[in-house]
Every structure is written in structure tokens, then in C-alpha cells.
Design a protein around this ligand. Structure first.
Ligand SMILES: Nc1ncnc2c1ncn2[C@@H]1O[C@H](COP(=O)(O)OP(=O)(O)OP(=O)(O)O)[C@@H](O)[C@H]1O
Ligand SMILES: [Mg+2]
Length: 381
């Protein structure tokens, strides 16, 4: 294998010293050295500007332009070269200053100091190369970061446009829906003439579809408000036990028609949390609603645990459960577990989660397929 060629610049006014170092390098088998020798700082700078050196050994004590001055010029002219300063005996005290000015190392001119030169060159070049590599990587990281920031800003703008679009469309859907519902109501009540039983039956179907559509429109509107940061919480101190009881009660008839019980496990005392009444009710409706909807036998348990600084709510059911690989996804928009053929859009859980997070709470689910699910959330007091 051919050896790597290293171009070395020796800046030394004493020809004997230069020759000693040159000879020592010829004996070193690690590299193939190409040595250039100049005798003054001016010459050194000129040579460095016109050639690329792998390393410069710079005598600190030069008659005219001294080591420190040459270092400053190298920096000013942006010459990329690692410098080892060769200092005289007793010059060690300036070493720290030399390093500060950009020299990578220094070598005192002691007896046989030339023997240390090959190692010093190897070490300094390795250090310089890793410095260059670090600088290159840092530059690349900065560039990538800038690119990412630009892309991110663009995506956020697109996302905002999408949210605005959805919000506008959904908002526009509300008015005609209200009109359709109102008119249908009038027909149903006989204001437009007698309604036959068959017509009433068909209208019943239409009402059901319309109320589904209204719910979807309201859910989408809620989500777009949350996503654009426009959902505001009207927080008040309220008893979460009472709120849970009120919501559970509204599901009693539906649960009874499916022969499921709604079990309450509440603390005997009230548990006061700071929350938005309507929004927290919506959270309970979504969780209890899901539990009753997806469960066909057994019970739905609504449990409240009074903890230090927060209230923990658990909605547990004996329904089909949720496959493990789906438990994270169900909190995303429009995600529904395919096997559950129940009515719905897949917006209830993402809304509930967003509302909980807005209250600085947390939510998670524990589930075992075939056995049931337990949705757990906490709301700070
Ligand atoms: N208690 C539960 N038991 C079993 N699966 C559940 C339960 N709660 C939610 N899931 C699963 O998570 C999915 C998402 O629930 P989510 O409430 O977001 O939507 P949905 O109830 O299908 O529709 P929507 O709430 O918009 O009417 C459900 O479709 C169902 O597959
Ligand atoms: Mg739901």
C-alpha cells in the first residue's frame, strides 16, 4: 500500500534546525513527507497562500515577523492549516496564548526535540481533521435544521389553511341543516297537511339521518376549534361526581334497553375540580356513550377516585375490548376498529382527549379483547 503524502511547511530561520527536522522526518516511515522550508514569516504566508499544506511547523522566535503575528495573519487571511509552534526554551509560558491565537499545539526546542516531531505531526493532523469534520457536520446540521424549519412552516401554513377550510365548510353546513330540520318538523306536526303513517315512518328515518349529520357537523366544528386553538374553556369549580351522575343517568334508558347496568363507584364526598362544565360533560358523554354502545352484555362501571391534586375517572365496560395494536390509534380522528359494526364516525375519542389535554389532564386506555375496556382520565383540581 502506498503511503499518504503529507506536505509539511517548516518556517525556521536557523538552517541547521530545519535540516535536523527534515532528516528526522525522512526516517519516519508512517508518511511520505514533502517538506518545504522557508526562513521568514513573510515567505511563509506567501507560500501558504499559494500552496496547500497539511501542517506548518512555525518557529516562534523569528527575527522580523514573529510567531504570534504570523498566527494572526493566518487567521485574518482564512488560511486553513494546522499550526504547531516551535518555541524556544522558556517560551512555554506563552504557549497558552499561542493556543488561544489558533496554534493547535507547541513543541519546545529541547535537546533532540526533533524526535517528537513525527508524533506531534500525526497527532495534530488527526486533531485538525476531526475539527474540520466537526465543523462540516455542524454546518450540515444547521443547513438541515433550516430546511426543516422552512418545511415545517410551510406545512403549518397548509395545515392552518386546511383547518380554516374545514371550519368554513362545516359552518356553512349548519344553516341549511337547521332549515331542513325545522321544515321537516313542521311537516311532521301536520302544519302542511295530514301525514300518513307511512310518511311518518319515512320521516323518522330522515330525522335520524339528520341528527347524525348534525352531530357530525358539531363534532367537526369542535375539532377545528380545538386544532386552531380557538376552543376556550369556561372553567369553574364543580363537583365531578355530580356531573358523572347526571351524565350516567341520561344513558340509563339506552343501557336498560340493552339489558346492561350502569354501576357507579363514587366517593361518598364531592370531588371538586376546576373544569368547563359543558366540555367535561361532553367527555363523559363520549366515554359512557362508547361503553354503552359497544357493550352487549354485562355492565358499564363509572368510577371516580379522589386523588391528591386530581380526580381520576374510569369508565370500564365488559364489551368486546380493543386489540392491543389499536389502543393508541383510537384517539386519532376517524379511526374505528373495523370489527365493531356500530354507528359512529370516530370523532368522539379525539375530541374527548383534546378536551382533557386542554384541561391539562391525561387519558389512556387499558383493554383486553373479549373481556372489556377501561378508559382512564384525570382532571386537575
Ligand atoms: N368502550 C369501547 N369498547 C370497544 N371499542 C371502543 C370503545 N370505545 C371506543 N372504541 C373503539 O374506538 C373507536 C373510536 O371511538 P370514537 O368514540 O372516537 O368513535 P365512534 O364511537 O366510532 O364514533 P363517534 O364517537 O364519532 O360517534 C370506535 O369506533 C371503537 O372501535
Ligand atoms: Mg364514540
Amino acid at each position: 500500500m502506498s503511503k499518504e503524502k503529507l506536505k509539511v511547511l517548516i518556517v525556521e530561520d536557523n538552517p541547521t534546525d530545519a535540516l535536523v527536522v527534515k532528516k528526522r522526518l525522512q526516517k519516519d516511515s508512517a508518511f511520505d513527507y514533502e517538506v518545504t522550508h522557508v526562513v521568514s514569516g513573510e515567505e511563509a504566508l506567501l507560500s501558504m497562500e499559494n500552496n496547500t499544506y497539511d501542517i506548518a511547523l512555525l518557529d516562534y522566535n523569528l527575527p522580523k515577523m514573529g510567531g504570534m503575528e504570523i498566527l494572526a495573519e493566518i487567521k485574518r487571511k482564512n488560511i486553513e492549516v494546522p499550526v504547531v509552534m516551535v518555541t524556544g526554551q522558556g517560551d512555554e509560558i506563552v504557549a497558552a496564548q499561542l493556543i488561544k491565537e489558533g496554534a493547535l499545539d507547541y513543541l519546545p526546542k529541547r535537546e533532540n526535540y526533533e524526535d517528537a516531531v513525527p508524533f506531534m505531526i500525526r497527532k495534530t493532523i488527526a486533531e485538525f481533521r476531526s475539527m474540520l469534520e466537526r465543523a462540516r457536520l455542524q454546518k450540515e446540521i444547521a443547513l438541515r435544521k433550516e430546511e426543516l424549519e422552512k418545511t415545517n412552516a410551510k406545512l403549518m401554513e397548509l395545515d392552518r389553511m386546511k383547518s380554516d377550510f374545514v371550519a368554513n365548510v362545516v359552518h356553512e353546513l349548519r344553516t341549511p341543516l337547521t332549515i331542513i330540520k325545522g321544515n321537516l318538523d313542521n311537516i311532521d306536526k301536520g302544519f302542511a297537511g295530514e301525514v300518513h303513517p307511512k310518511q311518518k315512518e319515512i320521516m323518522g328515518d330522515i330525522f335520524r339521518v339528520i341528527s347524525r349529520l348534525s352531530r357530525l357537523v358539531n363534532d367537526l366544528l369542535d375539532l377545528s376549534k380545538i386544532e386552531s386553538g380557538k376552543m376556550e374553556l369556561n372553567k369553574e369549580c364543580l363537583d365531578i361526581v355530580k356531573l358523572a351522575e347526571e351524565t350516567a343517568k341520561t344513558f340509563e334508558t339506552l343501557a336498560a334497553s340493552k339489558k346492561i347496568g350502569i354501576v357507579r363507584e363514587f366517593p361518598s364526598k364531592q370531588v371538586i375540580v376546576k373544569a368547563d362544565r359543558d366540555k367535561l360533560t361532553q367527555v363523559f358523554v363520549n366515554f359512557i356513550g362508547n361503553a354503552v354502545k359497544f357493550t352487549d352484555r354485562g355492565n358499564v362501571t363509572v368510577r371516580i377516585i379522589d386523588l391528591e391534586g386530581e380526580a381520576q375517572v374510569e369508565i370500564q365496560d365488559t364489551g368486546p375490548g380493543i386489540p392491543e395494536d389499536q389502543t393508541d390509534k383510537i384517539f386519532d380522528k376517524f379511526v374505528r376498529v373495523v370489527a365493531e359494526k356500530k354507528e359512529g364516525t370516530g370523532l368522539g375519542l379525539p375530541i374527548a382527549k383534546d378536551i382533557i389535554v386542554l384541561h391539562k389532564g391525561r387519558v389512556r386506555v387499558e383493554s383486553e379483547t373479549g373481556k372489556g375496556s377501561r378508559f382512564i382520565f384525570v382532571i386537575p383540581k
